[in-house]
Design a protein around this ligand. Structure first.
Ligand SMILES: Cc1ncc(COP(=O)(O)O)c(C=O)c1O
Length: 372
């Protein structure tokens, strides 16, 4: 048996006709840039997540840069963000000249540790960029309280978090919809992934929305009239058409991920060398990535590879130890929880079309490895 870490072709083959029709409709219309399908998809995202406004952009990284720019994360501003995340969560801050004010993560949820973040706030701190990682959101109640108390704006990196929900003031809210801005990535492996790059900015603030829409087309609202120095970053119409097909059965896809996660949890629960993910803060999880903490991670990874099982390491190096951030002056030992996670986490295959037999094979192979 061969178990891929991720395989987009299985879903395509199941719903080929729908995807092909969606793509050919765009081509036949000839409207490739911000065509009708982009607007339809934006409306569907608002309906699904409860966000008031949304603007499709070229990818999640651009969404973060544009939102950071609009929130004025520039000059000597310091923005809190975790070190255990994808690079784009911090590069969006540094790119515009602001300083990433790094903080550690919670060892169970892998998300920003809000107590650690609170202790790092200075007079220059202007914003918080929490990241909702792998299967749950950061503690948004604590995050929003911290923001309110210190007069900070909040940019939620919900790139990985489509469909995740968190209990906030007694209601479940979608990831990305509590801060000033939230961003999603539609990178192919994501829970809502396209057939190429794609991203979205969501907000409940009309002024911020108008700016986001304008920034994605070179800061203009009227053609060739530029109010801001913006970007050229629009969600591709073909991707919007494909993503709409996917969004129409997203709950089913999330449910399938959940049943694979339940099988992993059941079959791996008695292996002392494996620590299963923990869900906290009344979060409603979505299993975008199923990450375990594994003893002898490197050897396990090799063993699974020899059995034709795909795995991945999210993330091998914490951001404060990335070469490009040397100038910030952090050193090894500064963020012990994140550093430890980088040495132990291993992501197992996770996508809706995995089969029960494949998940069993992965789990049996892990058991075999630790028995040896
Ligand atoms: C946490 C996080 N932030 C930002 C991004 C950037 O998204 P994209 O790859 O669409 O640019 C990703 C996706 O890879 C991510 O996982």
């Amino acid at each position: 048996m061969k178990v891929p870490f991720y395989d987009a072709t299985r879903e395509y083959n199941l719903y080929k006709k729908e995807f092909d029709n969606a793509v050919s409709d765009v081509i036949a219309s000839g409207a490739f840039i911000l065509g009708k399908q982009v607007q339809d998809f934006e409306e569907a995202i608002c309906k699904y997540t409860g966000a008031k406004y949304s603007a499709g952009v070229a990818n999640g990284s651009d969404a973060l840069v544009i939102a950071s720019d609009i929130l004025n994360y520039k000059c000597d501003a310091e923005i809190l963000t975790p070190v255990f995340t994808f690079f784009a969560s911090a590069s969006c801050i540094a790119r515009l000249g602001a300083k990433p004010l790094f903080c550690d993560v919670d060892e169970d949820t892998f998300c920003m540790d809000m107590n650690d973040a609170a202790g790092r706030i200075t007079k220059k701190t202007k914003g918080i960029l929490p990241v909702h990682l792998f299967l749950q959101t950061a503690d948004m109640t604590a995050c929003m309280e911290l923001a309110k108390k210190n007069n900070l704006t909040v940019l939620e990196d919900a790139a990985e978090a489509f469909g995740m929900k968190t209990l906030y003031n007694g209601d479940y809210k979608h990831a990305g919809t509590l801060g000033d801005f939230g961003v999603f990535s539609f990178f192919p492996t994501k829970t809502l992934g396209g057939y190429g790059d794609g991203g979205m900015i969501v907000t409940n603030d009309e002024e911020l929305y108008k700016k986001a829409k304008s920034y994605r087309t070179h800061g203009s609202t009227i053609k060739y009239h530029h109010d801001y120095i913006g970007y050229n970053s629009r969600l591709d119409t073909l991707q919007a058409a494909i993503l709409s097909v996917k969004l129409s059965r997203i709950d089913n896809a999330i449910q399938k991920r959940a049943s694979h996660a339940a099988q992993y949890r059941e079959m791996l629960k008695d292996i002392p060398q494996i620590k299963l993910p923990v869900v906290k803060n009344s979060n409603k999880e979505v299993n975008y990535v199923f990450c375990v903490k594994a003893e002898k991670r490197g050897e396990l990874e090799e063993y699974l590879k020899s059995k034709n099982i795909g795995t991945s390491i999210y993330y091998p190096i914490p951001l404060h130890l990335q070469k490009c951030f040397d100038y910030l002056g952090y050193k090894k030992g500064d963020f012990p929880v994140s550093e430890k996670l980088c040495e132990t986490v291993l992501a197992l295959p996770m996508f809706p079309e995995l089969t029960q037999d494949e998940v069993s094979f992965v789990c049996e192979s892990i058991k075999e490895f630790y028995k040896k």
